[in-house]
Write a protein that binds this ligand. Structure first.
Ligand code: BDR
Ligand code: CA
Length: 316
């Protein structure tokens, strides 16, 4: 890691695509991962925390600090996605039982302490799951929001609509109240919605090349993708699996691979029909001030080139 590495916290609910994102970040010298904070989402918290440990051990990075976070959304019961990610959240390959420890501090306190300790606007939060930990930190410590450099969050959809309901993307749907707090926090926020991630599709050739690396990391990512893609292939008839969460790391490393617009984004928290829908004022018709940079395109080939380059750095 270089001395100019960007300091980040990865807030996550692994999930196979979260796993790929974490491996991508761990292999990138431009990033200094201060900690991984887990949250309930794809599967319950005990499993997301267990999965985060397995992923770090797979990468042989037992030095990474993993903090356990919120076990349920702010104001509603947890909705999980075992239908997509499998019973463990990381179905596709059996990894060894992890032995590395979890930190005793709660994720929310780690986020608050880190932002208070590090120089102002030097820490970026990468959120790959429901934003419950971040919103809880904002509620507990309102002084931290102005200290954040930026938040890059996988969530939402505009032209692509939703994936868990016709209107809502999963991370936003699970905790819309948390997303509302983050959207209103006045932070430099980039949203990586389905409009982008549904074009970050894996291919059979990519999976084959990963296996040809002959490493346990290559095998794990290939197996996760094989498992994960069956759902999207059936549902959308798409060619492969959308690598939602790795797009957050891709954007952090190479923003030029993406385009977007500074717009106003609000979220529906009440309606049973559209709860969790991101109301993205793409055409700027409301006059409401911009509160997010909402991505809408990805250079798929450039993204996969970068991801493959980083995953190929693992020699085990
Ligand atoms: C998001 O939901 C989860 O299933 C994925 O890990 C990703 O973060 C996509 O809607
Ligand atoms: Ca996720």
């Amino acid at each position: 890691m270089s001395s100019t590495a960007q300091k980040i916290i990865i807030d996550t609910d692994p999930g196979q695509d979260d796993g790929v994102a974490i491996l991508f970040a761990l292999a990138s010298k431009e990033l200094d991962i201060l900690g991984i904070t887990t949250v309930a989402g794809n599967v319950p918290l005990a499993l997301t925390s267990q999965n985060a440990r397995m992923i770090c051990e797979l990468a042989e990075r037992t030095d990474i600090k993993i903090f356990v976070g919120c076990d349920a959304p702010l104001n509603k019961p947890l909705v999980t996605a075992e239908n997509i990610h499998g019973k463990t959240g990381l179905d596709g390959i059996t990894l060894p039982e992890p032995t590395m420890p979890l930190q005793s501090m709660h994720s929310v306190d780690f986020i608050i302490e880190t932002l208070r300790r590090e120089p102002e606007k030097t820490v970026t939060l990468c959120t790959l799951g429901p934003m419950t930990n971040i919103a809880t930190a904002f509620l507990k410590a309102p002084d931290i929001a102005p200290r954040i450099k930026k938040i890059i969050a996988m969530g939402g959809g505009f032209f692509e609509g939703g994936n868990i309901t016709p209107a809502a993307e999963f991370n936003m749907f699970v905790d819309p109240d948390a997303a509302k707090i983050v959207l209103a926090a006045g932070v430099d926020l980039t949203l990586v919605p389905l409009d982008v991630t549904h074009f970050a599709l894996t291919s059979q050739e990519w999976i084959k090349n990963l296996r040809a690396l002959n490493t346990k990391v290559g095998e794990a990512v290939a197996s996760w993708t094989d498992f994960f893609e069956r759902y999207d292939k059936e549902k959308y008839g798409s060619a492969g699996a959308p690598l939602h969460d790795p797009c957050v790391i891709g954007y952090l490393l190479r923003p030029e691979l993406f385009t977007g617009r500074h717009i106003n984004v609000e979220i529906e928290t009440e309606s049973p029909l559209t709860a969790g829908a991101t109301v993205a004022d793409w055409w700027r018709v409301t006059g409401r001030p911009a509160n997010a940079f909402f991505l809408n395109t990805i250079d798929r080939d450039g993204f996969f080139e970068l991801l493959t380059e980083r995953l190929s750095l693992y020699k085990y």
